[in-house]
Design a protein around this ligand. Structure first.
Ligand code: ADP
Ligand code: ZN
Length: 638
């Protein structure tokens, strides 16, 4: 239950976690609770157990887990959980437009049966189904079963704001049994959903990662859709948890089943399936015998050499877009960078304006004539000449805004829209763009990774990736995996209504083996090669990783603390401990950053390793020289 307690000179709301008569340390006084706010428990014992697990596993205080887990309104002493109260937030209502659930086709029925068979011996099953194989239809049949048996279902999606096509469909089939929980709904509605979850009711809860923190009473099934998505991992603030792991723990508490679904499994999950920890079910054909798209590679080096480029469009790409537009088809253009250009620099002295708070060049946003930092949001008016020497400023690279301008010049009669963080900042903007594109009021949609996510449009025949190289030129052992996933997902948007779609990929490196796997749509080939590399260089899943992040305003201090800590960790962990790493962006929001990485053998005692790590961190923080350095743990970093 919640209680009101004195805290310094204030009164704050807390949750009763345990009881203590004597102080832990001398000099600490125990004070009395001012008032008990609830008449019934508002946090279940399963939630507390889950918080304890998260705090221990992700190395953070349980209080931080609680802050993430509870809706803000619950911290308000005036908020009441009692069911009889007048001013309760109303949950959104749905149109009556009811649809029947589709009958499963043969492949889906087989998958459905296989999932049940696998659940006999595994709690977690991985459903690997190519794009448009109809995974959602399989989920819906599994959900229906649970609801009929009066069980709750949790359906996790990476970013709920990007899944309106999905939630609309679920609501048309399951009506008011569907509850959508995400960050854009009001605090009042969130608290009300939380409250209703305390009672047994057979509902389908659809939400982003934080939905796993809601109370459950009779949970029967957890679906983690697009399980490979990195956004399931919370980065900031703590707890830096992975929603897939939390979902699996949550399901265990209720002896519920877990289904992980994706067209491009994470290497970790596929490895778990291969080694028998998870069950594996595969759907290798698209629904209604639709073919997977044809992949065409364009060698940018050759195109530039022959001067057959129009801005960032190669000659063959321009031709193909023209042909598609002439046939009244739709085109999606993918460039995973927003803004006009990622950098502006002086053509005489080379000066590139950097953010005052962060060590990065600022991105040009030509629409609002500003340079903006994508790390902290700091922005300045676009400089007309070099602030250093007065020379001419030139733009480097390209983002979605620049593509939009080029498209308008190349295809002046085409109707064009852009979908990225900037163009969807307003509440209904995302939905408006999707609707307009869905009604074919737009011919060309330009977008960042937002366009890769689970969208289905009937008239899209061509998808183009303007620069694929940028996806794997990243200092991260997962960048190949991410590039494959992103390219396979974006190509999944092409081809509908019985016609094979086409994906055109522009690259300076067409002989990269990744493209061969992609052209065959052969995940297992890609996986084989990845897992061999991971094994050879001892990366996940053959080890577990913890990144220790140190931050401080003073660069000398963070350097000192990190080299001290590294020296001690090296003594304890030997070659499992990396050197001190200066990250690619080494200062964000005025904090200098250093990291140290630990790689622990997959079979070793992870809890013990964390304990040893914590001891060294505590010691370093007790040194006067290292005081106030912020030390954060990222367990299983993404
Ligand atoms: P996935 O999630 O595997 O990418 P979806 O479940 O979204 O694929 O299905 C792709 C498309 O095929 C959707 O438009 C869906 O309505 C349609 N579809 C899939 N299975 C069926 C079915 N059994 N009956 C009718 N339509 C289906
Ligand atoms: Zn900044």
């Amino acid at each position: 239950m919640r209680v009101l307690v004195p805290w310094a000179k204030q009164e704050v709301v807390g949750i009763v976690y345990g009881e203590r008569q004597k102080p832990v340390e001398e000099g600490i006084t125990i004070r009395e609770v001012i008032a008990v706010l609830d008449t019934m428990p508002v946090v279940t014992k399963e939630q507390i157990a889950l918080w304890e697990w998260i705090a221990a596993y992700y190395m953070c205080p349980i209080g931080e887990v609680m802050t993430t887990a509870l809706p803000a309104r619950v911290n308000d002493k005036g908020y009441s959980f009692s069911p009889v109260i007048k001013r309760r937030a109303k949950l959104p209502e749905y149109s009556g437009e009811i649809e029947d659930i589709h009958a499963l086709d043969q492949q889906q029925q087989q998958a459905f049966n296989a999932i049940h068979a696998q659940w006999q011996s595994h709690e977690t099953v991985l459903l690997h189904g190519v794009t448009s194989s109809g995974k959602t239809e399989v989920y819906m049949h599994l959900i229906q079963e649970q609801l009929e048996a009066n069980k709750q279902v949790l359906y996790l999606v990476p970013e709920i704001a990007l899944t309106t096509q999905l939630t609309d469909r679920l609501q048309r089939v399951f009506g008011d049994k569907v509850i959508v929980y995400h960050s854009r709904i009001s605090d009042g509605v969130r608290a009300e959903i939380y409250r209703q979850q305390l009672y047994p009711n057979a509902k389908l809860l659809v939400g982003a990662r934080s939905a796993a923190f809601l109370p459950f009473v009779n949970l029967g099934l957890v679906i983690v859709d697009e399980e490979h998505e990195p956004s399931y991992k919370q980065q900031e603030p703590a707890p830096r948890y992975h929603a897939r792991s939390v979902a699996i723990m949550l399901a265990q508490q209720y002896k519920a089943k877990v289904l992980l679904g994706t067209a491009t499994p994470s290497v970790e999950s596929y490895y778990n399936a291969e080694t028998g920890k998870y069950g594996l079910v595969t759907m290798s054909e698209r629904f209604a015998s639709l073919q997977l798209p044809k992949i065409t590679l364009i060698d940018l080096q050759r195109q530039y050499h022959r001067k057959e480029m129009y801005g960032h469009f190669s000659d063959p790409l321009v031709t193909r877009i023209r042909e598609e537009l002439a046939q009244e088809k739709q085109v999606i253009l993918f460039q995973n960078r927003r803004g006009y250009a990622p950098m502006m620099a002086c053509s005489d002295c080379g000066t590139a304006p950097k953010c005052i708070n962060c060590d990065v060049p600022m991105t040009l946003h030509l629409r609002d004539h500003r340079l903006t930092c994508h790390y902290c949001g700091y922005s300045i008016p676009m400089p007309l000449q070099c602030p250093n020497c007065g020379g001419t400023m030139k733009v480097h690279g390209f983002g979605t805004e620049r593509l939009e301008d080029e498209v308008q010049q190349l295809f002046p009669t085409a109707r064009v829209m852009r979908m990225d963080l900037d163009s969807t900042a307003k509440k209904s903007a995302y939905q408006d763009i999707i609707n307009a594109f869905g009604r074919h009021e737009v011919d060309i949609l330009i977008g960042t990774q937002m366009v890769t996510k689970g969208l289905h449009f009937d008239d899209v025949s061509l998808v183009a990736v303007l620069n694929a190289d940028q996806l794997f030129n990243q200092p991260d052992f997962r960048c190949y995996e991410r590039a494959f996933q992103m390219l396979e997902q974006v190509s999944g948007r092409a081809g509908r209504k019985g016609q094979q779609g086409e994906v055109i990929i522009q690259t300076f490196d067409p002989s990269n083996p990744l493209f061969a796997d992609l052209s065959e749509h052969d995940y297992s080939l890609f996986y084989r090669q990845q897992i061999a590399e991971r094994k050879a260089f001892n990366y996940i899943p053959f080890c577990r990783m913890i990144t220790v992040i140190l931050r401080h305003r003073n660069e000398e201090r963070v350097k000192l603390a990190s080299s001290n800590l590294q020296a001690r960790l090296q003594q304890v962990f030997g070659k499992r401990c990396s050197v001190v790493i200066e990250p690619f962006v080494a200062r964000i929001q005025n904090l200098y950053i250093r990291t140290i990485q630990l790689r622990i053998e997959a079979k070793a005692n992870y809890a013990r390793a964390k304990q040893m790590l914590q001891e060294q961190v505590d010691y370093i923080l007790s040194l006067p020289d290292c005081k106030n350095v912020l030390v954060l743990m990222d367990v299983d970093p993404q």
